[in-house]
Structure formats: structure tokens, C-alpha cells
Write a protein that binds this ligand. Structure first.
Ligand code: HEM
Length: 540
């Protein structure tokens, strides 16, 4: 029943210590029979016809025909790297996770991505960037599946298909991605106004990072940490790049993307190859888990909201260094399967309705994308600690499980070795926090989710004049691609809710009348400076 999993390619090396294929002295079929010729099909006479009995030909072509797997429905374009996370050891009071013990080192695999574009799209498109980290801890895999923007478009997973359908290419022409800012995107975000804050971050320089190495990462949702005595606290995760946060200008993004569509992918691989290993510190904003899931009026379960760092400072708890490029893009970067529900004891989810829908979505999509239920056996997805899951069979089952049938309780098989190893009275920490819950079953929107603009305003006014200018230009350019006058007008009205000057500038650029401003940047108190947002990021 136990899968003592040797990790990644280790288990599949040939006698020379090389990964299989292309490395042996002679070619073989997939069954290992020697091949004398892989250049000519088996024919009758010199000039054919070809014989159906040519198994090598059919096997070679069959395998080639099936080389492509479905690309991810979102985040299809990505780049990955291996590395190590080292704990600073200062999280022990509030999180019992083993990988946060002092000095503990944990192997990681990170995949950065764009959201909207297809697998072959340009790296420098204006978009959100995914920042997904797999920690191979001694207590199992922990995935922190975040983005480079701390807020999200929607508040309930039910809306995810809507936002993605709006942002993906229009069905008739399949002209790609958010950057082309088609009508459907602006139609959706101007009607579904919780999306306004995320859209503003996208229109800012954050939407065109200089490099994956120079991006922040955010867990976005609020998670729950459980301390050694079982005390819970709420937390927002942050990655802080040691190189600082830098962006491209729009013109740079266009030129770089035109000259080199692999600009970010190449930058990451080249830097690692040159020994300039990118580094991030992992930080947490901690909040008391007092049952309200609210901090200073901010609903912590609303993923369209962030908590300014001036209100809740980020405490740094460890450092990640990426120091090894994947040796095979498909095997590792393409087949890696992240999941926000891959948690370890000491870290749990909350009732954020977006997070809860994600828990279903990733498993479901990976079942199709990775061809069945055994994708956790793919080397890059394998935990590095022993696995004993009692699963059996299914497509692409690589384990040869021993013993009698996997079921519990079980008097024939000797029971579960890990349980048996435990001393009397000893138990494993529970994965789930025993949260009290009650209430009427209904489809509703919390009143505390109804403010769609104040944080967009806070972000906008934290920016320098130059950065605001970039935002005005971005809206003017992108909305200028929207051919529906009513949608353009409605979106400019939304901007007036964020800032009057922003709305007026964009309206002028689009040849519209400036809408009545709700608030101007200058009307707002000045105490909430850049440091309060926690987003100090010079523009290169
Ligand atoms: C993929 C982040 C919301 C569905 C991803 C990836 C990231 C990510 C980083 C790429 C993973 C990789 O590199 O393999 C986020 C964040 C969200 C969010 C930060 C909100 C805060 C959602 C929601 C859903 C969803 C609400 C659906 C209800 C998916 C799917 C994939 C994906 C289906 C493709 C997964 C795969 O094929 O492996 N997301 N996402 N995401 N996300 Fe999300």
C-alpha cells in the first residue's frame, strides 16, 4: 500500500545514469527491442507500398500524434524553476507547519505565468502574472498558488467562467488576449464592478513586469494558520523580490515582446544559468481570528480587497532562492499541477468563496489536462515524503502496490504503517481547523462585499504622477480598442468612481465628455502614502 516514491527522474535513469531516451548505445522500440533502422518504413520492394505490419512506424507516429496535451484553460503560458526555501524560524508561535521550523530547508518548484494568453503567446502582454510555488515539505506538498497582484476580479468562484470568457479571445476571430482589450472584457468589468480594482492594477505598470525576478507575489485570499497549541490566526501571504519591483514601460513591453516573445522566460532561465539566482522573501500579514474575519473594516474574505501594509506590516518568515532550471519543459513546467487545497498541518483555508471554488476547479481541470487521476505520480508533482493514500488503479498508474486491497480498517494487511508507528495516545495534527459554522443556506452577496471602489482609489492615489500618467495612457489605449461606444462610456463612468482626473483624462483621449467626478486624487487625505499600500516599486 505504501508508495515509497523516489523523486523525479531519479527513478527512471538508465544504466549510464542518464534519463531514458536518446542516451543509450542503440535505438530500441518502446518495449526495448533493438532497432536497426528508424529512417525507412517497411516496404514491399524498393518503392513500396508500406506494410501495415511495420510496428515501429506505427508506434513512432502514434506517439508523436499524442505529444500535445490540452493547455491550461488559464495561465497556459508559463516558465518554471527549481529552488530552495529556507525558514527564518520566527513563525513557530503562530504556525505549526514543519517547514517553518528554524533553519529548515525545503525544495520548491515555481511556475510563473500570464493568465489570458495561450501557450505560445507573448510574455510581455499586459496581464496579471501567476506566481505558483510548490513546497515539497516533509509533511506533504504545500502549494501557494498566487498572483503578482494582491486583489482579484471576482468575489465568488461562480463568476470565474464569466470573467475568463470575457477576457479570452472573442469566438469569431480568436484574436488573442487581454492586451487587445476587446469589447467583451470592457463590457464585463464595467458591468461587474468588483472587477474594477483588479483592472486598475492591470492598467498600472504592475501589468507589465520587467522580469519574473522582479515581481511581488500574493496569496490573494486570507488563509488560516494554526499554531502549535491549536491557536488560529488569519494570514495573507506575500513574496517580496530581493531585486525590488520593476516594470517595463508600455513602449518597452511592445518592443521587447516583438523582438523576443520569450522575453520573461529567457530572462529567468538566463539569470539562473548565469548564477544570478532570483530570491524572494516570504512574508505574512497576521490578523486575529476572532470570528469576524474582518480587519479595520476590511472584509478578509473578500478577495477583491488587500490590507495596506501600513495597517498590518508584513513579517518576513523565510527566503526562497531559485537556482536550477528545469531540464525538460514538458515534464516539469507543463505537467506541474498546483492546487490551493494542497495544504500541510498548520495551514488551512478560510470561507473566502473564491478560494472555496478554486478547491474544486484545479483538481477537475487537471483530471482532463493530465489524463486521469494519477497525476500526482508525475515526477514534478510527487511529494518527497512517503505517500500512503490507499488509492488504486486508474489511467497511468505507475505504482505497483503491494499487499491486500487498500481499505481501512484492515486486519489482513497489518494496517497502516504510519499509524502503527505512533506511540499510544499520539496522533497526527488534523489538516482542518475545527471551525464553527452555521447559517441559512442561500445564494447571497455579503453587504461587506459591496464596496468596489475605495481600494482602487487608495491604490491609485498611492502612485507617483508618472505612474498615474501611465495608467491614464493604458486605459486610453486599451479602451480605445473597444469599438462599442456605450461600453466605453460606462467604463469611463466607473473611472469617475475611482478618480475624477483619471476619468477626465481618459474621456478626453477617447473623445468623450468628462463624467461628473466622484472624487479627485487631491480631495483625499494625504496620510495614506506609498508605504501604507506597501507597493514601492520604481519604474525602470
Ligand atoms: C491556474 C492563480 C482564481 C481556476 C492558475 C495558476 C495560477 C492561478 C497561478 C497557474 C498554475 C500553474 O502555473 O500551473 C489564481 C489566483 C486566483 C485564481 C491567484 C484568485 C485569487 C481562480 C478561480 C478559478 C481558477 C476562481 C476557478 C474557479 C484555475 C484553473 C487553472 C488555474 C482551472 C489551470 C490549472 C491547471 O490546468 O493546472 N490559477 N487563480 N483560478 N486557475 Fe486560478
Amino acid at each position: 500500500m505504501t508508495n515509497e516514491s523516489a523523486h523525479p527522474t531519479e527513478s527512471r535513469k538508465n544504466r549510464e545514469g542518464k534519463a531514458p531516451s536518446q542516451s543509450a548505445e542503440h535505438l530500441t522500440t518502446s518495449q526495448g527491442s533493438p532497432l536497426s533502422d528508424t529512417d525507412h518504413s517497411l516496404k514491399v520492394g524498393e518503392r513500396g507500398p508500406i506494410l501495415l505490419q511495420d510496428h515501429h512506424l506505427r508506434e513512432k507516429i502514434m506517439h508523436f500524434d499524442h505529444e500535445r496535451i490540452p493547455e491550461r484553460v488559464v495561465h497556459a503560458r508559463g516558465a518554471g524553476a527549481h529552488g530552495t526555501f529556507t525558514s527564518y524560524g520566527n513563525a513557530g508561535d503562530f504556525c505549526a507547519a514543519d517547514f517553518l521550523k528554524p533553519g529548515k530547508q525545503t525544495e520548491v518548484f515555481v511556475r510563473f505565468s500570464t493568465v489570458a494568453g495561450s501557450r505560445g503567446s507573448m510574455d510581455t502582454a499586459r496581464d496579471t502574472r501567476g506566481f505558483a510555488t510548490k513546497f515539497y515539505t516533509d509533511e506533504g506538498v504545500f502549494d501557494l498558488v498566487g498572483n503578482n497582484i494582491p486583489v482579484f476580479f471576482i468575489q465568488d468562484g461562480m463568476k470565474f467562467p464569466d470573467v475568463v470568457h470575457a477576457v479570452k479571445p472573442e469566438p469569431d476571430r480568436e484574436i488573442p488576449q487581454a492586451q487587445s482589450a476587446h469589447n467583451t472584457f470592457w463590457d464585463f468589468v464595467s458591468l461587474h464592478t468588483p472587477a474594477q480594482a483588479h483592472t486598475l492594477w492591470n492598467m498600472s505598470d504592475r501589468g507589465i513586469p520587467r522580469s519574473y525576478r522582479m515581481m511581488e507575489g500574493f496569496g490573494v485570499h486570507t488563509f488560516r494558520l494554526i499554531g502549535p497549541e491549536g491557536k488560529p490566526s488569519l494570514v495573507k501571504f506575500h513574496w517580496k523580490p530581493k531585486l525590488g519591483v520593476h516594470s517595463l514601460t508600455w513602449e518597452e513591453a511592445q518592443l521587447a515582446g516583438g523582438a523576443d516573445p520569450d522575453f520573461h522566460r529567457r530572462d529567468l532561465a538566463d539569470a539562473i544559468e548565469a548564477g544570478a539566482f532570483p530570491e524572494w522573501e516570504l512574508g505574512v500579514q497576521l490578523f486575529e481570528d476572532d470570528g469576524t474575519a474582518t480587519f479595520q473594516g476590511i472584509d478578509l474574505l473578500d478577495p477583491t480587497k488587500f490590507v495596506p501594509e501600513g495597517l498590518a506590516p508584513v513579517q518576513l518568515i523565510g527566503k526562497m532562492v531559485l537556482d536550477r532550471n528545469p531540464s525538460n519543459y514538458f515534464a516539469e513546467t507543463e505537467q506541474v499541477a498546483f492546487h490551493p487545497g494542497h495544504l500541510v498541518p498548520g495551514i488551512d483555508i478560510t470561507d473566502d468563496p473564491l478560494l472555496q471554488a478554486r478547491l474544486f476547479s484545479y483538481l477537475d481541470t487537471q483530471l482532463t489536462r493530465l489524463g486521469g487521476p494519477n497525476f500526482s505520480q508525475i515526477p514534478v508533482n510527487q511529494p518527497k515524503n512517503p505517500v500512503n493514500d490507499m488509492f488504486r488503479d486508474g489511467f497511468h498508474q505507475h505504482n505497483i502496490h503491494e499487499g491486500v486491497a487498500p481499505y481501512q480498517p484492515n486486519s489482513l494487511d497489518g494496517g497502516c504503517p504510519f499509524m502503527a508507528d505512533l506511540a499510544e495516545g499520539q496522533s497526527f495534527p488534523a489538516l482542518e481547523y475545527p471551525q464553527e459554522t452555521s447559517g441559512a443556506k442561500k445564494r447571497s452577496e455579503p453587504v461587506s462585499f459591496s464596496d468596489h471602489y475605495s481600494q482602487a482609489r487608495l491604490f491609485y492615489r498611492s502612485l507617483s504622477a508618472q505612474e498615474r500618467e501611465h495608467i491614464k495612457q493604458a486605459y486610453s489605449f486599451e479602451l480605445g480598442k473597444c469599438t462599442d461606444a456605450a461600453i466605453r462610456e460606462r467604463q469611463v463612468q466607473c473611472l469617475a468612481e475611482i478618480d475624477g482626473d483619471l476619468a477626465a483624462s481618459v474621456a478626453t483621449a477617447l473623445g468623450l465628455e468628462a463624467p461628473a467626478a466622484q472624487l479627485d486624487v487631491e480631495d483625499l487625505p494625504t496620510s495614506s502614502a506609498l508605504s501604507q499600500i506597501g507597493s514601492s516599486w520604481p519604474v525602470d
